[in-house]
Design a protein around this ligand. Structure first.
Ligand SMILES: Nc1ncnc2c1ncn2[C@@H]1O[C@H](COP(=O)(O)OP(=O)(O)OP(=O)(O)O)[C@@H](O)[C@H]1O
Length: 734
């Protein structure tokens, strides 16, 4: 088999015009500027250039380009004879020969038909969509290198729409696989390749990490890894490259995870360098509250409360994530944390993502606090003006020691007297900005300065922060994404809960389910009936809820059926929820507004219609609305078949387990970390190469290396972060 291989300069096949543009694109980087802005003048004129397109991909500097790694590779390093290629079956092959005929044919449809021949045979290239210039370019006698799948058509060997290149006789072949990069619309591979190749000639790629670390972890050298990934030699293990398990990929993933750990740990250090008011007192409010509770804390609640308490005693801000499965009793822990802030002479605020949830916290916690003569203020967007003005005045004067509300708490008009503790429930439902806005409602001037400390007076004093989440995050994810936070887990449910039995039932059996609801109501149980999620249309979802309410009311005339959905006025919602809490409403038809936090312990049957449309963690949250009391609870997941693969997996998982951490782990497997974490911590912004599904094993070494470097070699940390994070400061959340 005649295989030719000749050496070539890296850019042998790149159009000269592209080469010039690429030089312009990276000129500023060449001049030593950290972030070039080559596209600005053109962009401001609204001209779309390749430089703009690079910028759109986030590629501004040489290092950005160098870390823009290939998606896959094409092998253009060998050329086969046409005869040999025709024996290969349907495989990508590359051949080279002269054009012996070039015609435009009109039957069966217009097409350009080009015959290419070498010493061993000939093949036909067919182009159904082509430019006139192509026919000229491929004139008889032209030498071409052609790459595509060769098949045997009616007229012999042919390739449809192959890639081809006009070459000179004896033109050298590339000596590396050709990288195919992620590219934006309209950005050619040739352009990207040239820009990256240029960057690679200029950039300093020496290793940031010490040899001892590389040796102990058996990691490749950085420069070698980078160059291999952009220009892999033909004998490389292509499978390992494709799977991203090649040592060169491992080095990139490790470095990326290390950068993530370093930046989060640095953020944590920066936070610890800030000052906060110590909240050390557990006095009459804490003790009074503990006495009032009709139960004693579980061991898990006690443990996490201790963790929070010791944080609050410090004079740097706590930033703790409190995780606990649905119904594990986070609210009372939050209330006790607030009690400590109040006992210490400061205000606390609790923000929840929905009005229903915030309202419920308010009712519950205010009922605990009021006998202790602690003023609790309520603040929400829908509040009447007069009421709101009153709340704002109480918050500002300090008469309200605890404030509970929704996003409305972030508004500028809200001014605290002496805020010491911020609690954010369902923290992942808020953006980073929103949470920071609440935290930055700093203490009043004068309060911010711990007495007698001039140096500290310069510092910003921030409140302590407790974030809560009922969506448990698997350990590996927490280790990577929350490396800057302290994490507490309530891993135990209050005693006396009987497990929820979950059944998956075909929608056709709805009548039977209605009967069951009837029977349960007659036994004194309360029921949630959750309407299908209709993501595309809120109006349609509302309609479905209203229809279901009408159908159930007609089918069960003896029962009081309530309806709650997002479009109800807050006061209407409140009336319905109160009716359900009191037991006056037997069946509550609801949209997903009840998903988080709603706590009616007497409710013990839940029906979820079209459960196949819900995500796993959403189903778990919904189901968590039952099983909160001592009665045995049942969750009926109605579905409309046939079920797709992942929908089936979700429903089976729900049937098999009620453990939130196990569900989270499976959800992570099904969805991947980006989606799992939602918009806030979407993996995209933080991890480009490492995949937490396959690269978990790298997290611990990265974490250990981060600790070691932060401790022993801060200059290496700076170098590593500069390389990996330049221009990506959003990475550094505090
Ligand atoms: N130690 C305990 N013993 C008995 N009951 C408890 C205990 N702690 C909390 N509870 C009760 O358990 C129920 C659930 O508590 P809570 O609403 O705080 O849970 P949660 O963790 O916030 O759940 P979710 O995330 O689902 O809202 C409440 O009715 C609460 O009063």
């Amino acid at each position: 088999m005649p295989v030719t291989r000749k050496k070539s300069p890296a850019d042998a096949d790149t159009p000269a015009a592209d080469a010039t543009k690429a030089t312009v694109a990276t000129k500023a980087a060449k001049d030593g500027k950290a972030r070039s802005k080559p596209a600005k003048p053109a962009a401001s004129r609204g001209v779309v250039t390749s430089e703009n397109k690079l910028a759109k991909l986030g590629l501004h500097t040489d290092m950005d380009l160098v870390l823009h790694l290939p998606l896959r590779y094409e092998d253009e390093t060998t050329v086969m004879s046409i005869h040999d290629a025709s024996l290969r079956g349907l495989q990508m092959v590359q051949v080279e020969g002269h054009v012996s005929a070039c015609d435009i044919q009109y039957r069966p449809r217009r097409q350009l038909v080009v015959t290419v021949a070498d010493d061993s045979g000939q093949l036909v290239m067919r182009f159904l969509n082509f430019y006139g210039s192509q026919a000229k370019q491929l004139a008889e006698g032209t030498r071409v290198r052609v790459r595509g799948e060769l098949r045997h058509g009616f007229f012999g060997a042919e390739m449809v729409h192959p890639q081809y290149k006009v070459v000179l006789e004896g033109a050298p072949l590339p000596d590396a696989l050709t990288p195919v990069y992620p590219a934006g619309e309209g950005l050619s591979q040739a352009y990207l390749r040239k820009a990256i190749a240029n960057a690679l000639t200029r950039i300093d790629l020496h290793d940031t990490l010490p040899a001892s670390l590389l040796n102990s972890l058996k990691l490749n050298n950085f420069e070698e890894a980078v160059r291999l990934l952009h220009n892999p030699p033909p004998q490389v293990d292509e499978h390992a490259l494709a799977e991203k398990s090649h040592p060169a990929w491992i080095r990139m993933k490790f470095d990326e995870l290390l950068a993530q750990q370093l930046s989060l740990k640095r953020a944590q250090e920066a936070r610890r360098a800030k000052s906060a008011r110590a909240l050390p007192v557990t006095g009459s409010v804490t003790e009074g509250l503990l006495k009032l509770l009709p139960f004693s804390l579980t061991d898990a609640q006690q443990r996490v409360l201790e963790e929070i308490r010791s944080d609050l005693r410090q004079s740097f801000p706590m930033q703790r994530l409190l995780q606990g499965d649905v119904g594990s009793g986070k609210t009372v822990v939050a209330a006790l944390a607030a009690a400590q802030a109040i006992d210490s002479g400061f205000q606390a605020v609790l923000m929840a993502p929905t009005e229903i949830l915030a309202e419920q916290h308010f009712r519950k916690i205010a009922a605990w606090m009021e006998p202790l003569q602690i003023g609790v203020a309520w603040l929400s967007g829908s509040q009447k003006k007069k009421e709101k003005t009153e709340s704002l005045a109480h918050i500002e004067s300090g008469a309200a020691r605890l404030v509970i509300g929704t996003h409305a708490l972030i508004q500028d008009t809200v001014q605290f007297d002496n805020l010491g503790l911020v609690i954010v429930d369902e923290q992942h439902r808020f953006g980073v900005g929103q949470r920071l806005a609440l935290r930055n409602k700093s203490l009043k001037p004068g309060m911010a300065t711990p007495p007698g400390s001039a140096a500290q007076a310069q510092q910003q004093t921030v409140p302590h922060q407790l974030m809560m989440s009922a969506t448990p995050i698997p350990r590996t994810l927490a280790m990577t994404y929350y490396a800057d936070l302290e994490v507490s887990v309530i891993d135990q449910l209050p005693p006396g809960r009987s497990p929820i039995v979950t059944r998956v039932i075909d929608q056709n059996r709805r009548e039977e389910v209605i009967e069951r609801v009837h029977a349960a109501a007659l036994e004194g149980k309360q029921i949630y009936w959750v309407c299908p999620l209709i993501e595309e249309s809120e109006a349609l979802q509302l309609q479905t809820a209203t229809d279901t309410h009408a159908t159930l009311s007609a089918a069960l005339p003896g029962l009081n059926i309530g309806l709650v959905h997002g479009r109800l006025k807050p006061v209407e919602k409140q009336i319905v929820m109160e009716g359900f809490s009191r037991g006056a409403i037997h069946v509550l038809v609801a949209t997903t507004v009840i998903e988080v936090g709603v706590d009616v312990p007497n409710a013990s049957l839940m029906v979820i219609e079209h459960s196949e449309r819900f995500g796993l963690s959403q189903l778990h949250q919904l189901r968590g609305r039952v099983g909160r009391g001592s009665a045995a609870s049942v969750c009926l997941l109605l579905y409309q078949g046939p079920l797709g693969g992942t929908a089936k997996q979700r429903l089976m998982t729900m049937r098999e387990t009620t453990d939130g951490f196990e569900i989270a782990r499976r959800d992570l497997d099904i969805r991947g970390p980006g989606e799992f974490l939602g918009a806030r911590q979407s993996g995209e912004a933080m991890l480009r190469f490492a995949d937490l599904a396959t690269d978990q094993w790298l997290i611990e070494p990265a974490q250990e290396a981060a600790q070691m470097l932060l401790h022993n070699a801060p200059e290496i940390v700076d170098r590593h972060l500069a390389r990996w994070l330049a221009g990506r400061e959003d990475f550094l959340r505090v």
